[in-house]
Design a protein around this ligand. Structure first.
Ligand SMILES: [Zn+2]
Length: 496
């Protein structure tokens, strides 16, 4: 008789099942008030489930097609009000509200649109070529102004029509170029970032945010600090940290040698900026589509050189917060020859291995880790966190059905994860509430799971221990208020 049968005989079949489940689910202890809130939370999940077709739930549909359905649930309202701790993965140019950005600039005389490629531009000190069209004129002369507005904004959003694009990444990255010209006016950039942080702090109830900024200068850092100060003057508190980023792509016309110099130079510049703004600039990263850019293996010597530089110059090892493991490729096949040019022989992505060997602080995405269970144990044991971005992962094609997201087995096996929005502006929303909503529904998270994910985000923030303690107690106070509000006045809140 084998051991399993002996266990079942000893415990009974039902108890054996419960035992297996309880070993694979990490619950947090809840207070009695939190348990009441949890029962309200479960009812809201049931109500949201009841609105969906059982064989075609929202979480298996392309997010832009079902965004409004999520938004109209009591569960969304609950999660919107819930204090969410820290957002650890978001790109500043893609964190705000593109509808509001468009409305801010569209009536300006110098705002133009290029119909050949869908780009927008503010021509503050120059005159556009004749093929550029004035946006205010396009709106004024349209038979249906609202429809014209929507059709123009579509150029900078992933929407329903983009669901079956053969290369959604290519469209997504073009959007950064199309919208970039609108930030040419520093006043617009300021207003955009101010509004975005205002929404995260006040509407979305986020206490701390870490921005992946593209090769920022000291002036850019001052810009963000200025926005945070202005918000604080209005009584709106949100702390900000900046992660210095560059692209892992070989740019058109760039030689391999130039690429190596650029990445090494950027990583060193990140260390310089950290030394200049300690506690504000917190580390470095490389982004862009992994499977079309340089592998972490290829860039490892550049990262190591920068780490040696930072140690020699400033006495600290450059902290790395690397976008890695955002791929559908298999792992574990030797990725040779080491090449910058994809597709690689065998189309493999082993970047989470190199992230580990480089001593990464956190990994952006890291969904490939589920394919390397022994490495996942090492991530779990050493507490290396993953910044999970569920909606981004779905829209960019990695997890079309969010119920099968690799975060679930990773989280249940002890890997630390947090919930993040990545590029919400391009996905048609602001904040991180939608990401929590899809995660709760797709992964059937309990309130204790959600609380754990929020506490992870605070514990894994790029802060000193005392800053983290302060952030945790700030969040805890808001959380306790939220729980009291939920169990005391839930009948009065619309949507509950
Ligand atoms: Zn990202």
């Amino acid at each position: 008789m084998n051991a399993l049968i002996l266990v079942i005989l000893a415990m009974g079949y039902g108890e054996a099942r419960t035992d297996i489940l309880s070993q694979t689910v990490t619950y947090m202890e809840l207070s009695s008030d939190e348990m009441i809130a949890d029962s309200i939370f479960e009812e809201l999940k049931d109500k949201a489930d009841a609105q969906q077709h059982p064989w075609n739930p929202w979480v298996s549909q392309f997010f832009p097609c079902v965004k409004e359905e999520y938004e109209n649930t009591g569960l969304y309202e609950f999660l919107l009000n819930m204090p969410k701790g820290a957002v650890l993965h978001v790109h500043p140019s893609a964190m705000g509200d593109y509808y509001a950005l468009f409305d801010l600039v569209s009536m300006r005389d110098d705002c133009y649109f290029d119909p050949s490629n869908g780009s927008f531009e503010l021509f503050m000190d120059s005159v556009p070529e004749s093929d550029w069209l004035q946006v205010s004129e396009m709106l004024a002369s349209a038979s249906d102004e609202a429809a014209m507005r929507d059709s123009l904004i579509d150029y900078i959003l992933i929407d329903e029509a983009d669901e079956y694009l053969p290369d959604v990444w290519a469209e997504f990255e073009q959007m950064f170029g199309r919208v970039g010209g609108l930030f040419a006016d520093p006043a617009v950039a300021y207003h955009y970032v101010y509004q975005a942080l205002y929404v995260y702090a006040l509407m979305d109830n986020v206490q701390h945010i870490e921005l992946r900024a593209h090769t920022p200068s000291g002036e850019n850092v001052e810009f963000y600090l200025g926005v945070v100060d202005s918000l604080a003057d209005q009584g709106i508190d949100i702390s900000v940290r900046i992660i210095y980023c560059d692209s892992r792509y070989l740019f058109p016309g760039e030689t391999i040698e130039n690429f190596r110099e650029r990445i090494t130079g950027s990583m060193k510049a990140a260390a310089d900026l950290m030394a200049q703004y300690p506690g504000i600039v917190v580390g470095a990263d490389v982004y862009s589509e992994e499977d079309k850019g340089a592998t972490a293996f290829y860039m490892a010597p550049m990262m190591e050189e920068a780490c040696e530089y930072s140690m020699a110059e400033y006495g600290f090892k450059l902290p790395l917060f690397l976008h890695d493991g955002e791929s559908s490729f298999p792992t574990g096949v030797p990725d040779t020859p080491v090449s910058l040019f994809g597709p690689y022989p065998g189309n493999v992505n082993n970047n989470v291995i190199d992230a580990y060997l480089l001593g990464v602080e956190r990994v952006g995405h890291g969904i490939e880790l589920a394919k390397l269970p022994e490495l996942a144990v090492m991530y779990a044991e050493e507490g290396i966190p993953l910044e999970i971005c569920p909606i981004s992962n779905q829209i960019l094609g990695y997890t079309p059905d969010l119920r099968n997201h690799p975060a679930v087995p990773l989280m249940r096996n002890g890997v630390r994860i947090s919930i993040n929005p990545d590029d919400p502006a391009m996905f048609g929303y602001t904040g991180v509430t939608f990401d929590f909503t899809v995660a709760v529904l797709a992964w059937d998270l309990s309130l204790s799971d959600v609380k754990r994910l929020i506490m992870n985000s605070i514990e894994d923030a790029a802060m000193t221990d005392s800053e983290e303690d302060e952030l945790m107690s700030l969040w805890q106070g808001k959380w306790d208020e939220f729980i009291s509000y939920t169990i005391g006045s839930n009948e009065d809140v619309p949507g509950f």
